[in-house]
Design a protein around this ligand. Sequence first.
Ligand code: C2O
Ligand code: CU
Length: 483
Amino acid sequence: MISRRRFLGGALGAGVLAGCSSDPGQGGQLLRSKASLPEPFQVPLTQPPVLAPGAGGRVRLAARAAEQELLPGLHTPVLGYDGIFPGPTLEVTRGRPVALEYTSDLPVPTVVHLHGGTTPAASDGFPTDLVQPGATRTYDYPLDQRAATLWYHDHRMDFTGPAVYRGLAGFMLIRDDEEDRLDLPRDERELVLMVTDRAFHADGTLDYPAMDVSMTGMPGVRDDYVEGVTGDVVLVNGRPWPSHEVGAARHRLRWLNASNSRRYRLRLDPPPPGGGGFVRIGTDGGLLASAAGSDVLTLAPGERVDALVDFGRYPVGSRVTVRNDLGRGPTAGVMRFVVARRAADASRPVTAGTRLSEIEPLSWSAATPRRRFRFRRGVIGEHRGWLINDEPFDPDRPVARVPAGRTEVWRMVTDIHHPVHLHLAPFQLAGQPEAGWKDTVDLLPGQTADLVVRFPDHPGRYVLHCHNLEHEDMAMMARFDVV
Ligand code: C2O
Ligand code: CU
């Protein structure tokens, strides 16, 4: 393997330090498409196919290269779980373990990580735990955890950005009795919405400013994109600015930001009379304690928000556009709902304040952050890129050894925006019990945040990292061990 020091040398140019940012609220640099782009809100939204475990909890998934019509009339080569982007939605039940039998027919090594999973170390997808081309590996997921929107994606060290960008991402929905009892909207009124941004060459191939497009040699991105890659096409479930017809009833929208580095602030345009168009019911780790009304939903890479929208508040015939306040021009639009018909609604009315779940608050003491992690850009010797506590990722060196079962306060400190993600252990934000269980937190420039984490009894090696995938690939990751 080429040493990281060598291949990251010189990767951080002066242009980046000058801060050539693009859209508001974005660190990343905008990459513009050369392909001709469709009119927004013309392409129909689709839902990924659902894959349920068979006997013994077995699920088979094969990753392969394929072509997909992402832009109308053009064929885009993608890497897809079962050959599609997004991959199939794995629908599973709390407490029923799943054995994911993963086969790679890809030309490059891959790693599957279940984001949000409380997973034994051997199945968590440590970044150097590679599945070689042609090989099969079984990942065991106990799924002894709350109902929630999880997602699975590639996690190969140094190459997660290009692999996810090319399509290696899909949903997993965990269901449980607590959630079922709430009578939330189901079937055609429950939608998964994976939001990504991409840029396309004129022939429809994806454009990504990789150091080495083969994904075998030099990791990372070209100098101008070290802060992150943002595209000018917004895809929802792989469809550009799609449109979706709905009945005038409550819908459950399960949003995931699977973009490499773009943040979104979603808003309904027009808002329903009286405002509060979104009723937030869940976050990364499942249901909130109580529902919260909101005009906007902010999503950093890796985050999920589960929200109800009552299209019954709009007259039939309304066109409700989901805007992105952190975009400009084409990226200021996301998708559109068309309220196409009257509809009966048997789902339970959920409004701001409706009790949803019991969330046990982890006890913590503000005075004693046990560990401190500083996320910043920097140069250490020949390494120029992204650092945690002044070190680039070293898969062989744990930065923390945590006894299983212990609750700790981890203090995160940033220079610029970093969406920080912990594997294995969901956390609470100190002082914000209403935020519920998180696994990814959108840290703002110059922020200090205390995460209260209880480490489950799964000994072994895990990682925490920035979920801006360009930062992650350029070493903003650290190993921690549960002992
Ligand atoms: Cu969604 Cu370590 O990743
Ligand atoms: Cu970062």
